[in-house]
Every structure is written in structure tokens, then in C-alpha cells.
Design a protein around this ligand. Structure first.
Ligand SMILES: *Cc1c(COP(=O)(O)O)cnc(C)c1O
Ligand code: SF4
Length: 341
């Protein structure tokens, strides 16, 4: 594992900004798995490197620590109920590799640790009383950093109180630590693959992350009948160009992972240097729509500040209406009308 400056320097010649982080580090620790570190090339502009090697640029911005107001929406110590029909459970603050763009810096890597049995029980009781919740996101941190026995307890508790509720397994471990998906771990997932399904939610940001090892890990879920969806974060210097995103989305779909969201960066402390302007994001979205099939196309999504919720960003095709017609622009810029009923 890469945890120190010396570990990084075994392979990389650090830039001034990277070097400077170590004299005043931000709260999100440096941790890179050996596997993910092996994907990095010794080039200051390497996109994989930008995702995980810290830089002093993280330390001089004053964005919010909790822009999605998750703390305000916490209903038990680890359960966030922001949307009526789905909720998110923070199973641990640990990850195998910390992403410098992490949107949950208020929590991730800060030593609150694995969810306790009491907090699992509290969440289960709440979910039992709130049947309107149809889907639960198991997130963090990364739930697969939990010991297998704790995962077993968690799944057992949730399945007992809500066998009808879909469980989303939100993990970056298939990208950063594929070797964790041992037969023993997959057996626990298989054991609870009854009733409402598990869904796998991955977090690939760059086509170079779709390695043989990583695809094999995803295939273990697919072979249990668990479908896979991907959430990408739009990141400056990592994937903010149409060629990279086109290749990423096509490879995801080819590997049976549906591109679900392309997230605009949240206004989180320490991530300003990785954010893309929304106008540039919209131009990318428009270009991608020309290049990708409907299935390969993710939804460009903004989680509005101050807990405003998620909205989809896309080019507006509606122009106007009169007494008899609605008017639209075609993707090529022509005009069409459609009658009112
Ligand atoms: C994004 C999010 C969800 C899930 O939203 P979907 O649009 O259904 O993917 C649930 N809870 C919280 C707190 C979220 O931020
Ligand atoms: S894997 Fe997810 S929770 Fe962990 S550091 Fe990355 S973005 Fe944050």
C-alpha cells in the first residue's frame, strides 16, 4: 500500500504541488492500493495519478464540507434519507484507495470506522418503519473494506427487516482493489441473493481502469445475476474530453456495465482544481450524445448545492409553443413542430 511520500517516490518524481501537500496535508489521507498504483504512469499529467495523488491545490479553496446537506438528512447515525423512495447507509469511512475528488470528505477516511451492530440495528428498524424506501444505497467509504462477518451481519439484518428492498452495492473496490472479491466474499453475497436484488454500482472514471483484473471482479457479480451500473465523476485533466469519455462509456457497456451517471463535481472542499465548468460539461454531453448509443450514454447530473437534490443537465430542445403546436430544435439545429392534443 502507498501511504507516504517515500512510497510515492519509489515510482514517481513528485511535482512541486504534490510535494507541498505533505507539509500541510488536507484531511483526506493518502492511501493507494498497490494494484491501483501499478496503473499509474510516471507522467505529471497522468489521469490515474490525478485521481489519487494529493496536491497542495486541495488546501487552498473554501468550498463547503457538506454541500449536499447530508448531515441535515441523517435519520439515524449512519442513515441518510434525502429522497422519499431511497436512502443511503454509510457502512464505513474506509476505502482501499482515497480519491482526491471524494464528495464525502466530511466523513471519508476520518476514523469513524466500520458501522457498529447497534447502528446497523437502528438503520434496520428505521427501514422497517419506512416501507416507502424501495432502494438502499450501501455506501461509505467502501462497504467491501468491512470484514466478511460484519457484511454478513449487515445483509442479514437488512434482509430480515426489508426482504422487499433493493440493495445497491456502491463500491470502487472493483476499480481499486479487485483482489478483495474472493470466493468467500462472493459466497456471502450469493447467500443473500434472494428476494429483492442486489445491484452493483461501480465508479470508473477512465478507460485505463477497465483492466482484466477489474473486469473479472465485475464478472463475479454479473454471474450471480447482479446487474452493474457505473457512476463517473467529470474531472478536469482526467476525463474531461470527448474521446476519453466515449471510450470509457463504450468499454463499460461492452463489459456489461451500464453507464448511469456522469456527475458534475460537487462543491466540496479540496476539489476545486478538479472541477469542470458546467458550460464545458454541457458541450461534452452534447458531443457524447452524437457519438454514443442511447444505452452507452450516461446522464450528466448535478447534485445542487445546499441539499437541493439531483438534476439532469442536457441540451434543451424545447423552443416554444403556440395555440396549436410545440416547437423543438433537432440535434442538427433544424426546427420541428408537434401538435397539441
Ligand atoms: C444520489 C443519492 C441517492 C440515489 O439517487 P438515484 O438518483 O436514485 O441514483 C440516494 N440518496 C442520496 C443521499 C443520494 O445522494
Ligand atoms: S471510493 Fe468513493 S467514498 Fe472512497 S474516496 Fe473514492 S469517492 Fe470517496
Amino acid at each position: 500500500m502507498v501511504l507516504t511520500k517515500e512510497d510515492l517516490e519509489k515510482k514517481l518524481k513528485l511535482t512541486k504541488e504534490e510535494e507541498a501537500w505533505f507539509s500541510s496535508p488536507s484531511s483526506l489521507p493518502l492511501t493507494i492500493s498497490d494494484y491501483y498504483f501499478s496503473l499509474i504512469e510516471d507522467d505529471a499529467n497522468d489521469p490515474i495519478r490525478r485521481e489519487v495523488v494529493p496536491s497542495i491545490l486541495e488546501c487552498n479553496d473554501d468550498a463547503s464540507i457538506d454541500p449536499l446537506a447530508e448531515v441535515d438528512h441523517s435519520v439515524t447515525p449512519r442513515l441518510i434519507h434525502r429522497y422519499t423512495h431511497r436512502a443511503a447507509l454509510l457502512t464505513t469511512d474506509r476505502c482501499f484507495t482515497y480519491c482526491r475528488h471524494c464528495f464525502r470528505r466530511r466523513f471519508t477516511g476520518l476514523n469513524s470506522g466500520a458501522i457498529s451492530t447497534q447502528d446497523i440495528d437502528k438503520a434496520s428498524n428505521y427501514l422497517k418503519d419506512h416501507k416507502e424506501i424501495k432502494e438502499l444505497l450501501l455506501t461509505g467509504g467502501d462497504l467491501f473494506t468491512l470484514p466478511i462477518s460484519r457484511l454478513d451481519y449487515l445483509f442479514n439484518s437488512l434482509k430480515s427487516s426489508r426482504p422487499d428492498m433493493i440493495l445497491r452495492l456502491c463500491t470502487r473496490a472493483v476499480v481499486t482493489f479487485p483482489e478483495i472479491f474472493t470466493q468467500q466474499l462472493m459466497d456471502v453475497i450469493k447467500k443473500y441473493s434472494y428476494g429483492a436484488p442486489f445491484l452493483l454500482l461501480t465508479h470508473y472514471n477512465h478507460p485505463r481502469e477497465l483492466t482484466k483484473e477489474s473486469i473479472e471482479a465485475v464478472n463475479k457479480f454479473l454471474s450471480l445475476g447482479i446487474p452493474a451500473f457505473n457512476q463517473t465523476v467529470l474531472l478536469k485533466g482526467v476525463n474531461d474530453n470527448p474521446d476519453t469519455l466515449e471510450e470509457l462509456c463504450n468499454s463499460l457497456l461492452y463489459n456489461r456495465i451500464k453507464p448511469y451517471y456522469l456527475f458534475q463535481g460537487d462543491l466540496v472542499t479540496g476539489t476545486t482544481h478538479l472541477r469542470v465548468d458546467i458550460k464545458d460539461g454541457l458541450a461534452l454531453e452534447k458531443e457524447l450524445r452524437k457519438r454514443l448509443s442511447g444505452l452507452a450514454m450516461p446522464q450528466y447530473t448535478l447534485d445542487l448545492p445546499e441539499g437541493g437534490g439531483k438534476i439532469i443537465l442536457t441540451e434543451n430542445h424545447f423552443i416554444s409553443e403556440d395555440d396549436n403546436f410545440y416547437y423543438f430544435s433537432t440535434p442538427e439545429g433544424d426546427k420541428r413542430r408537434y401538435p397539441k392534443k
